[in-house]
Design a protein around this ligand. Structure first.
Ligand code: ARG
Length: 598
């Protein structure tokens, strides 16, 4: 279609943009534009109004797309419907127009649409489904954000999985993005930890596994504190020195922080996750806090209350927010106010997402309300992406034996399970180059898909048996579906679909209902990605990937490639290739590394 320039200036521009950036405009969108070309004259409406009035038809039998004539506000809908039916000239794109009350329904010429979709998926490959809607927009995704010296709990695991997904979705929708890990790396507990390290610390263990060692030290010193109340004072004094910028006091803290980040990074790398920036509560110093306090004060928001400084948010239904203590120490909430303000000044974002568990709903309501009361006009660009709990013992991840473990331990356990399953099929196992790595990828797919399979806000059970099953709505099942698609090409390696021969392939040999069902899903993919840019619900993409996998699995029964005449084999390889592109891209967005063999 890009060869054929539209007569409408806006569309011409869109086409040129598409041609220069090579982004995919879904083939079905070009059909919409074909409708618009005529509807402009028939209805007298402009492109945007018409484009915004398209809706899905109730059922495929009603046609492929409808236009809501109420929405056009261009006169009596029923009369308009009749006018459209009378005047619309059917063409190679549109084969039928019907009036249905306040709607006009259109049926497309399916086959070219389908074949266009296959070609587009194959041509665009990893770019298939992406778009440029977010061009020029900048979004920040803050996620994971564990607390140094404390366990990486289930809330952090979910934040990591969902946050990374959100980051990828924004990228796929053309945004520029920045991912921030906002560490819990400040506060009196670092005074406690320092005192604890002086008593129980070991340089050797710190270097070996900082996360685990600092956790152990923190547990020990907390036990000591029950018996020796002076430790608390020592810790307070130590942290005061840190807050005052005492270099000696900060040396130890800096090492704890650096080594912990290095430890986290190992696990993040394994999960295929990378942060653009490690920030944290420590980045907002007392002097920056004073600026915040002054600002709050000048707006008349602060008031003293029992040795604390508070903001009364009761009339807004958010209780009382504690901003600081009169001893001068600042709190989590105040640091978040400073951080938001800093981010706005530094990055001028279009959106700032906080991916944090629903336990902090109240915290974020307070934060956003305070920013608004301070007169920050950009507050509505801040969004809390909330999610439910993983129901497991004490809110911490635990093994079958029930002990508290770290994220890496859970990943090890799932990896081992998957490895054992793989070993059972000796013939297949022998063909896999790096079974350790492959089983790790399947294991992590299991954890991630379980996490994203339902709406974010729902709680779920951390069920290792269920998530590692190869049947049902699981990560291993999706990986298997992708690996099977990859194997089709391997089994017919005398021919292959390439960009050069793509236009010669006789796609019109694909007529079976099971083939068309697969193509329809491939065609849906770009719109799934667009919608995710509004809903931020990973389960919608999981559902899509499962539907596509099921459709492909039904197609295998009737649509063979092996042993078929060349023309037909080519056409089917193209079909499966397009399906593999869509499924592979969906898995990648979900944070899974699509496997070729397993
Ligand atoms: N470190 C915090 C916790 O573990 C999460 C930080 C969330 N982000 C924020 N800007 N408050 O509870």
């Amino acid at each position: 279609w890009s060869n054929e320039k539209s007569t409408i200036p806006e569309l011409k521009k869109a086409q040129e943009l598409a041609a220069t950036t090579l982004e995919s405009i879904p083939v079905v969108e070009t059909y919409k534009f074909k409708l618009i070309e005529q509807l402009i004259t028939i209805t007298g409406c402009d492109v945007d109004t018409l484009y915004g009035s398209f809706i899905k038809t109730k059922a495929k039998t009603h046609g492929d797309i409808a236009i809501s004539l109420y929405q056009l506000k261009a006169g009596n809908p029923a009369e308009l419907a009749k006018k459209i039916v009378d005047q619309f000239k059917l063409n190679e794109y549109v084969t039928k127009v019907t009036a249905a009350g306040a709607f006009a329904n259109f049926t497309f010429n399916h086959l070219p649409l389908y074949y266009g979709t296959i070609k587009q998926a194959i041509r665009l490959g990893k770019k298939y489904g992406t778009n440029t809607l977010g061009l020029g927009k900048f979004g920040i995704v803050e996620y994971s954000s564990p607390n140094i010296a404390k366990v990486f709990h289930v809330g952090h695991l979910r934040s990591t999985i969902i946050g990374s997904f959100l980051h990828k979705i924004l990228d796929a929708n053309g945004w520029s993005t920045l991912s921030i890990n906002y560490l819990g790396d400040w506060g009196k507990q670092f005074g406690i930890l320092a005192i604890g390290f002086q008593k129980h610390g070991s340089e050797e263990l710190l270097k070996k596994d900082a996360i685990k060692h600092l956790f152990d030290v923190y547990v020990k010193i907390n036990q000591d504190m029950d018996e020796d109340p002076t430790i608390d004072d020592q810790a307070k004094a130590y942290f005061k020195r840190m807050e005052n910028g005492d270099k000696d006091a900060l040396v130890l803290w800096q090492r704890f922080r650096d080594l912990s980040i290095a430890g986290y990074e190992k696990t993040y790398n394994r999960l295929n996750i990378k942060f653009d920036l490690y920030s944290g509560e420590s980045q907002y110093s007392l002097s920056q806090m004073r600026v915040v306090l002054d600002e709050l004060n000048s707006k008349g928001l602060l008031k003293p209350d029992n040795g604390a400084l508070v903001i009364d948010l009761k009339e807004h239904g958010h209780g009382t927010a504690v901003i600081g203590k009169t001893d001068g120490s600042m709190l989590y909430l105040s640091r978040d106010i400073a951080a938001a303000d800093y981010r706005h000044k530094t990055y001028d974002f279009e959106k700032l997402f906080y991916v944090v568990a629903s336990q902090q709903d109240h915290h974020f309501k307070q934060l956003f309300k305070i920013l608004e009361l301070m007169g920050k006009t950009w507050t509505d660009k801040c969004t809390h992406i909330s999610f439910g709990m993983i129901k497991s013992k004490n809110g911490t991840l635990s093994t079958r034996k029930g002990n508290v473990v770290f994220l890496a331990d859970i990943l090890d356990q799932v990896q081992e399970e998957m490895h054992n399953v793989m070993k059972k099929n000796e013939a297949k196992y022998a063909q896999i180059e790096d079974p350790e790595r492959v089983s790790d990828i399947i294991g992590m797919s299991a954890v991630k898909i379980q996490d994203m399979a339902a709406r974010r806000i729902k709680d779920y059970d951390f069920d290792i048996d269920r998530m590692t099953s190869f049947e049902g709505d699981t990560g291993p099942y999706l990986q298997y579906a992708h690996a099977r698609l990859s194997s089709i090409q391997r089994k017919r390696d005398d021919i292959s679909v390439t960009l050069e021969n793509l236009d010669d392939i006789k796609l019109d040999l694909l007529t079976e209902p099971s083939a068309l069902a697969v193509i329809e899903l491939v065609q849906e993919y770009p719109n799934v990605i667009r919608e995710l840019g509004q809903t931020y619900e990973p389960c919608n993409l999981v559902t899509y990937a499962l539907r596509l996998s099921h459709a492909v699995s039904s197609a295998y029964n009737d649509l063979w490639v092996v042993g078929q005449p060349e023309d037909l084999a080519y056409a089917r390889l193209a079909l499966y290739g397009a399906a593999r592109t869509a499924l592979g891209n969906a898995l990648t967005l979900l944070g899974l590394e699509p496997l070729e063999r397993m």
